[in-house]
Write a protein that binds this ligand. Sequence first.
Ligand SMILES: O=C(O)CCC(=O)C(=O)O
Ligand SMILES: [Fe+2]
Length: 332
Amino acid sequence: MISHTATSIGHANIPIAPLPVMSFDKLLSGSNIEIARLVDICKSLGFFYLDLTGARQSVLDNSQSVFQFMERYFDQPLEVKLRDVRQSVTHGYTPAGTYTGAKRGERDCYETLKISEAEMKAWAPQLPYSVQENITLFDSFISGSHSIVLKLLECLSTGMGLEGAARFENKHRPDIPARTTMVLFRYPRQVEEGGGIGHNMHTDIGSLTLLFCESYGLQVLRPESNEWGFIAPKAGHAVINVGDSLRFLSGHQLSSCVHRVLPVTDRQEEHRYSIAYFLRPEDNAVYVDSKGRELSARTWHDEKYNVFREPHEKQEQDMVLTGGMERNGILI
Ligand SMILES: O=C(O)CCC(=O)C(=O)O
Ligand SMILES: [Fe+2]
């Protein structure tokens, strides 16, 4: 049910989508009740808050330092940030307007800095200079985020009775090539009509997404009502969602939730920052996608990024953007 709630941000009556809350510490302790809830939530909405205030407080603390880093980083002149472009969708800087936006006919309005898990683990010399300057922060944030999402995968495997090679964590083994990456987002202030807006509706490509965000903007398409609702920022919690790859690996039992980012007002009046950790399966993991094709996680990843760039009319013609979850704004 969408609740229409006046929020403390001064914009009355924006629709809020309430999300269930899971406890990371209960999952860590092996609570069968919490594991069963996790499976249920991932089969239905595929989106939830994860309370990290216990054993993973350090990741929450690091997220605060990363937010401070982001203000300094994105405030640099564009030509300085463009030195970090790597012609890659998993590494380096990408300027705003690269992809299709959240309103028909407009481009997106977010810029990103991406730090791949593999390069961070290797402390690779190709890492952006400003990341290298803060390497212990990023290393600790990425390894902390990775341990959280891997634990969630283990709990899902256990809760779904999977064994051996079929367990999800065995499709996400350490040091096997994968597109896993941390992405720092800034949705810059942009108030011109037609000048680009938000982040187009989509389902996530990978397995699980861990998101930190302190301001409104993220919206989820609610299965019961097919209405968009804002996800309220919640201190001490990350937002987790299931992506297409985990849905496909689960034999389509889990749901990858359709979401997008839009300002709460007509236009983006203040910069918005979010931090995502996108866990992706090993490149060579194979599954059956939403069109019934057997393909690798790497192929799905690359194909979907191409679709993110296409105009809205073209995106509407097939099932890739929203992973076979949605058609014409209605969940299927
Ligand atoms: O910026 C956000 O809050 C979400 C971004 C997102 O959904 C994505 O990049 O997949
Ligand atoms: Fe997303």
